[in-house]
Design a protein around this ligand. Structure first.
Ligand code: ADP
Ligand code: ADP
Length: 231
């Protein structure tokens, strides 16, 4: 099944009187279970594309379907609800709450799911901290963890809501090469073990080489789409 479908999607920003065409006529389909890289230089439109997939932003024209739901028909509240239930986010700067422990950071997005009991929330926290290899670090705050460990907490937080797709905007950009490699390996292992769909942006050729599929974006256009590239 397609989790994401873009039909002729354009995104324009206004900067003063200037129109910036950030994305042009994007057609894209993302299937359940994919490990998809969005590659392109800085300023090419990768973040804009991820923000549209994540329903953080809306297109200027064209249609975006998430799990076959036409997002153009949704109110802002419906879009937030859709986002909370279907999208997990991982950021290059981790975006953890510094005053919360690793456990509390993972639990936080679950608080909005009123159908979950306290015990069910705790169960998910334990399960996903274990999956990312941080069982022993639940009580640690972000400043007591390394960069790689922080990103693992962010991955656990994203997984805990059982999203249809996890979006990762340059997840290795703030990590040294070896640590970044470990993060990508972890994402790949979760994808292979569990079929969790990942979409990640990068301008690092080594990261691109780990993709199941690669989409290249240049000046807002999808210029190239093919099967696995081995660098
Ligand atoms: P990337 O993630 O590949 O670095 P972005 O999606 O951030 O690229 O940016 C694509 C283009 O859109 C760039 O020209 C950028 O300057 C522009 N852009 C992004 N966000 C905004 C915004 N909020 N307002 C105006 N221009 C923007
Ligand atoms: P339960 O039925 O007890 O909630 P499931 O095994 O059916 O647990 O998993 C529920 C959700 O958790 C699914 O979205 C699944 O993809 C996710 N999940 C379970 N195990 C893993 C794992 N090892 N890695 C990533 N996601 C997982």
């Amino acid at each position: 099944m397609n989790i994401v479908r873009f039909e002729k999607v354009c995104k324009e920003y206004m900067l003063g009187a200037e129109h910036i065409q950030a994305l042009k006529d994007i057609d894209l389909q993302i299937k359940e279970g994919e490990f998809l890289a969005i590659a392109g230089p800085s300023g090419s439109g990768k973040s804009t594309l991820l923000n549209l997939i994540g329903c953080i932003d809306i297109p200027s024209s064209g249609k975006i379907y998430i799990n076959n739901v036409d997002t153009s028909g949704q109110t802002p509240d419906q879009l937030s609800a859709l986002r909370a239930r279907t999208i997990g986010f991982i950021f290059q700067t981790f975006n953890l709450f510094s005053v919360l422990s690793a456990e509390e950071n993972v639990e936080y997005p679950l608080l909005q799911f009123k159908e979950l009991s306290v015990a069910q929330r705790r169960e998910r926290v334990t399960k996903f901290l274990d999956i990312v290899g941080l069982s022993k670090f639940g009580r640690h705050r972000p400043n007591q963890l390394s960069g790689g460990q922080r990103q693992r907490v962010a991955i656990a937080r994203a997984l805990a809501t059982h999203p249809s797709v996890i979006l990762a905007d340059e997840p290795t950009a703030n990590l040294d090469h070896k640590t970044g490699d470990g993060i990508l390996q972890l994402m790949k292992a979760i994808n292979e073990d569990n079929g969790t769909t990942f979409v990640f942006s990068t301008h690092d050729a080594k990261v691109m080489a780990m993709a199941g599929r690669l989409v290249r974006i240049e000046d807002g256009q999808l210029i190239h789409e093919n099967a696995v590239m081995h660098a």
